[in-house]
Write a protein that binds this ligand. Structure first.
Ligand code: GLN
Ligand code: ZN
Length: 790
């Protein structure tokens, strides 16, 4: 080892990040009370500092080393992409006033960018890689000011030092930052944020120097964008951006915490979670970064040869093997993980270490919190590793099978126990899924269905409907909390929900909507509700993970073969239907979305699991149909989210995802109308899949893009019903009748009046009744106005 790297012993056992929200969602509570004006900024800062301190000492107590930069510093008030954009002083034009003369943006400005203010819309939010976390999209144009103005990480390095911990600051890397950014409004056609690489890298160099002078020996730069090839930017250009960025950053001398010197920087660990680094490893090797962390759960150990045939030289870099899954909850098969580490070791790197495949912020804090949870069988709990348990696995892998013999033995026992446990493989479920004829996946031709459905349903042109949920009032949530607490019994709870259904039906009749819904009052969440009613799922009590900003979700755990013990939604739909002569649309969540928003078993392919869920839904749909429900919607908002990060994997994904939807929905008769709902605007990317779903009617998010999608839909020859959302439900704004009329007239230039449906962008559960009633009044009036002039 050279003299310089001796100062920077590689963290041999580390994690790439830890849940940031707090074991009891302390950060969420602190941030939200500050937003509500109940606490001062100083009080918020204090609560956050206290949470960071607890996290650091907790990680130390779990056994991560305090001297060698093993402990990551990855706190965020809202989002890690936003953190770096703000450290670089990046603001869109409309928020220019939030940037002080010296380039800094204060905490209030940081939150304003995230949440918007008055007419100024916040930064857009979008899905982080193939996860259900959402980041804030930086807006960067040719003239956007970019300069390093200070980062909270610097202070965090000092805080850690005060606790005797040499922490490792974590930041999104420069290439990923720019690939995830979007061109600011008004940028020239041919501009891409990556054009600003040199400015961004100069700012990072200053940031790295600042971290070094605060005492950081290592810095972690996350470059997960390198595991994807679905960017508009060609892969070769991404590779040259990596070479340029890291060539510059690595060219500064590495300084140890004890050294002096302005230009010195910490040693650089580049991480590439969420998939294979592929050939992007070559520019990183050439640039001379000190260490690379590879995702060896979803990704592969790099080949020994580069694409040009030359032998890859790993002798100057440390490789850290991400063999513990950061994105799922199962205990690691330690023998298998150790095997992968051995493969990695064979590359001849300067040093090797063990880590997680991604940050652990995708998983809950600790399984220990689930003690006494009646919804989580003890056997299943024994198979789980949340963040804390994963720290233990990393440490065991670093110690090796001899050093941690007991932990390895326990891992073997878990693997064996899980494979043999009752419920994991159930004969009946497997036989049914194995023996499916091709006809189980297809319906009659659309033209035939359309004619049959028109005759039975007798809907007007431009039929109006909603996406399913109506406002989840405080009263409903209270009733659910009382049911959980045992102060409200099942019967009284069901009665309260039925009363709500009746109210929602009456309201829709009054509004004059054509296709009604029951309003989903009984659902805590569109996935968890089904998980609670299907076999093969477990539900946690404290398993919160950050979804975006202060918002958290509690994903269910799909651990075994899935089946439906009893009808789930049928009583609600039939009750709603009994109250009205208008058609009531049944409402289900589709198999892909159920998988995407749960932690899913990792012992078989997703397609196999999806088909089991599909068969359970198929039974539910048959029961709805038999009960006289003639329109059934199967929501698949997550279809786009699970799209693999490598283009080469798209086809296989689209095959199984589309097949599972069709398996769920193809058992119905010709007159039954199947709807689906997708809520994201990147329709183009999955257009083929949406077509493949073969739903009779598809509703999509479109209001924010003013339905720009429709001409493309028409051009692609999509002939089935389509309901592009006419207003955005993410804001309380009420659209005017004229505005909706204009959108519908515009839509009719691309699609015919028989195919166009009129609906909001998404479900209404987060809205209030006041704005909902006014918005839907205008929506119905607009549809009638346009209908009248056809
Ligand atoms: N039917 C669901 C609802 O209306 C759909 C929600 C979604 O697409 N995310 O709430
Ligand atoms: Zn939606």
């Amino acid at each position: 080892m050279s003299a310089t790297t001796q100062h920077h012993e590689l963290p041999t056992a580390t994690i790439l990040g830890y849940p940031r929200i707090g074991p009891r969602r302390e950060l969420k509570k602190a941030v939200e009370s500050h937003w509500a004006g109940r606490t001062t900024e100083a009080e918020l800062e204090q609560a956050a500092a206290e949470l960071r301190r607890r996290t650091l000492t907790h990680l130390r107590d779990l056994g991560l080393a305090v001297e060698d930069s093993s402990i990551p510093l990855d706190f965020s008030y809202y989002d890690q992409v936003h953190d770096v954009a703000v450290a670089l002083g990046v603001v869109p034009e409309r928020f220019a006033d939030l940037r002080a003369a010296d380039g800094t943006i204060d905490l209030a400005g940081y939150f304003t960018l995230a949440r918007g203010e008055g007419d100024r819309v916040p930064l857009e939010m979008t899905k982080w890689l193939d996860s259900n976390y959402h980041y804030l999209v930086p807006e960067i144009g040719p003239a956007t000011a970019i300069s390093y103005a200070g980062s909270r990480r610097v202070q965090e390095v000092r805080e850690a030092a005060d606790l005797g911990i040499t922490g490792r600051p974590v930041l999104i890397g420069p290439v990923t930052l720019l690939l995830l950014a979007k061109a600011a409004d008004g940028s020239p056609e041919d501009f891409s944020p990556l054009d600003r690489l040199d400015d961004v890298v100069a700012a990072y160099a200053a940031l790295l120097a600042d971290l070094r002078s605060a005492g950081a020996s290592w810095v972690q730069l996350d470059e997960p964008a390198l595991t994807s090839d679905t960017w508009a930017t060609p892969t070769a250009e991404v590779a040259s951006a990596v070479a340029r960025a890291y060539g510059v950053l690595a060219s500064a001398p590495v300084g140890a915490a004890s050294d002096d010197g302005d230009a010195a920087r910490p040693a650089i660990l580049v991480t590439a979670g969420y998939g294979s680094l592929g050939d992007a490893v070559d520019p990183l090797l050439a640039a001379g970064v000190e260490a690379i962390a590879l995702d060896l759960v979803k990704g592969a150990v790099p080949a020994t040869r580069a694409p040009d045939g030359g032998a890859r030289d790993f002798s100057h870099v440390a490789l850290v093997g991400g063999v513990v899954d950061g994105h799922n909850v199962w205990r690691t098969d330690l023998d298998r993980a150790a095997g992968r580490l051995e493969e990695l070791g064979a590359l001849g790197a300067a040093a090797t270490g063990v880590t997680t495949s991604t940050s652990l912020f995708h998983v809950p804090h600790t399984v220990a919190d689930e003690a006494g949870n009646p919804e989580l069988p003890a056997a299943v709990a024994g198979w789980l590793a949340f963040a804390d348990e994963k720290v233990g696995e990393v440490l065991a892998l670093a110690a090796g099978p001899d050093g941690a013999a007991e932990v390895f033995a326990a891992s073997r026992a878990v693997v064996a126990d899980r494979a043999a446990a009752p419920g994991v493989r159930r004969g009946q479920v497997r036989e049914r899924a194995a023996g499916l004829p091709a006809s189980a996946f297809t319906r009659e031709a659309y033209a035939e269905r359309q004619a049959a459905q028109d005759a039975v349903l007798d809907l007007p042109a431009l039929p109006t409907t909603t996406i399913g949920s109506f406002p989840q009032t405080g009263e409903l949530r209270r009733a659910r909390a009382e049911l959980r607490a045992g102060t409200l019994d099942e019967a009284a709870y069901a009665e309260a929900m039925r009363a709500e259904v009746a109210r929602v039906i009456a309201l829709q009749e009054e509004l004059g909507l054509d296709v009604l819904v029951h309003g989903e009052p009984e659902r805590n969440d569109m996935v968890q509700y089904f998980a609670e009613n299907l076999d093969g799922f477990a539900v946690t009590q404290h398993g919160w993970v950050q979804s975006y900003g202060s918002r958290c979700t509690r994903p269910s755990i799909l651990w075994g073969d899935v089946s439906r013990p009893a009808p789930i939604t049928v009583p609600w739909a039939t009750y709603a239907s009994s109250l009205t002569s208008a058609p009531v649309k049944g409402m289900l969540t589709g198999p892909v979305t159920i998988l995407a928003w749960s932690f899913v078993r990792d012992d078989q392919g997703l397609g196999e699991t999806a088909n089991q869920v599909a068969l359970a839904l198929r039974d539910e749909i048959a029961d709805l149909e038999a009960a006289g429900i003639g329109i059934i919607q199967v929501d698949e908002p997550a279809l786009r989210e699970l799209l693999p990060l490598r283009r080469a994997d798209h086809e296989a994904y689209l095959d199984w995802s589309v097949a599972s939807f069709r398996l769920a929905t193809s058992g119905v008769g010709v007159t039954t109308q199947i709807h689906t709902h997708l809520c994201y605007s990147e329709f183009e990317e999955v257009f083929g899949a949406i077509d493949g779903l073969d739903a009779d009617v598809t509703s999509i998010e479109a209001a924010r893009s003013r339905m720009e999608i429709l001409p493309a839909v028409a051009e692609a020859g999509f002939e089935r019903g389509i309901g592009p959302g006419v207003y955005d439900i993410h804001s309380p704004r009420v659209p005017s009748q004229e505005e909706v009329v204009e959108l519908l007239r515009g839509a009719l230039t691309s699609v015919g009046p028989r195919t166009l449906w009129v609906n909001p962008d998404c479900g209404l559960k987060t809205r209030g009744y006041d704005e909902t009633t006014r918005s839907l009044t205008n929506l119905v009036a607009a549809a009638r106005e346009v209908r009248g002039s056809l």
